[in-house]
Design a binder for this molecule. Structure first.
Ligand SMILES: [Zn+2]
Length: 329
């Protein structure tokens, strides 16, 4: 079963989260493998997407925010886009668009950052939006302060957290065909409330960046966690091995119905709105060419069919309906 475990280091300004996605991650891979159009992911893409699933779940569990967290990596290599969405109830979906050959040992750069133009974006989309309210989005490049390409997703996200939250963060991520797992260790803000939107950051907090001895000690312990250990050991064993000299308070884990699970938010109505966004001329030309419109969901593999009558219905004027917005299905 998939699980989320949160913990605090007693009396220290440090917190942690450990996530393991098993059934939810396997279901994401199963749906992709059974889709005739694309088929299973090449191994390096599978592992990158799994690390993203673990990272997005860690971030969703680490912020006070009622909405979807969307983590995207996109760039100029054979992997055009990899995207993970974690809903507030830990419904998770993920997909990657692979347009070229991916070598068996391909690095992050070789997949999405060939010319150092790849980006990582984190979007917080509130569940209920005020009129005109836009989702918050932060974007970071896939290189470090010296413009050297980063080869670990965890390095990219640690950089992002420092920029957006002014908080030191250590991430260990790992994935294979059965497990997507991650450990997050973060220094708590000294005053004010750090958040992903980067507001309310105090000078006192900024002065602590990189120098808090407790955080630094715990971060070094966390970074000794090996990929194999993260993938194969249970949570109790991992925490005991890493932090046996520390005093930890653990919270009730999210398991069962509250645990991360596969879930897709696509619907026929959303696809109709997308077709409406294409415009009547484009829709008619697709029907003229193919006889109907078929839209497959990249996340779950469901196919939505619209015959000419269904398609015509979409463009009938409806009373009191606000023009649709296009976007994530
Ligand atoms: Zn779907």
């Amino acid at each position: 079963m998939s699980e989320v475990h949160k913990f605090l280091f007693d009396g220290l300004p440090v917190r942690g989260v450990l996530v393991r996605l098993t059934d939810a991650w396997v279901e994401i891979l199963r749906r992709r493998a059974s889709s005739g159009a694309s088929g299973a992911y090449p191994l390096p893409v599978q592992n990158l997407l799994g690390e993203m699933v673990a990272a997005a779940t860690l971030m969703q569990s680490n912020i006070k925010f009622n909405g979807s967290l969307i983590l995207q990596v996109f760039g100029d290599g054979p992997v055009k886009l990899a995207v993970v969405e974690v809903m507030p109830n830990f419904g998770v979906r993920a997909t990657a668009t692979v347009l070229g050959e991916v070598a068996p040992e391909a690095t992050l750069s070789a997949m999405v950052n060939v010319n150092n133009e790849g980006k990582c974006a984190i979007t917080l989309d509130p569940q209920t939006r005020f009129p005109g309210q836009q989702p918050y989005q932060g974007v970071v490049p896939l290189f470090d302060d010296e413009h050297e390409k980063l080869e670990k997703l965890s390095d990219v996200l640690e950089h992002y957290m420092l920029q957006s939250e002014q908080l030191d963060t250590t991430l260990v991520l790992a994935a294979d065909g059965e497990v997507a797992a991650g450990l997050l260790i973060q220094r708590l803000p000294m005053a004010g409330s750090g958040n992903l939107a980067g507001s309310m950051v105090s000078q006192e907090n900024e002065d602590e960046i990189g120098v808090n001895e407790h955080y630094n000690r715990i971060a070094i312990l966390a970074s000794t966690l090996k990929r194999e250990e993260l993938l194969t050991l249970d949570v109790d064993t991992i925490l005991r091995r890493l932090f046996w000299e520390e005093s930890i308070t653990r919270f009730e884990p999210l398991t069962g119905d509250e645990a991360p699970h596969f879930s897709c938010t696509c619907s026929r109505e959303r696809v109709s709105n997308m077709i409406l966004g294409l415009g009547v001329a484009e829709a008619e030309s697709i029907i003229a060419e193919r006889g109907d419109i078929e839209v497959g969901c990249e996340f779950c593999g469901i196919k939505y069919h619209f015959d000419p009558i269904d398609a015509a219905q979409i463009f009938l004027p409806k009373e009191g309906v606000v023009p649709p917005s296009t976007g994530v299905q």
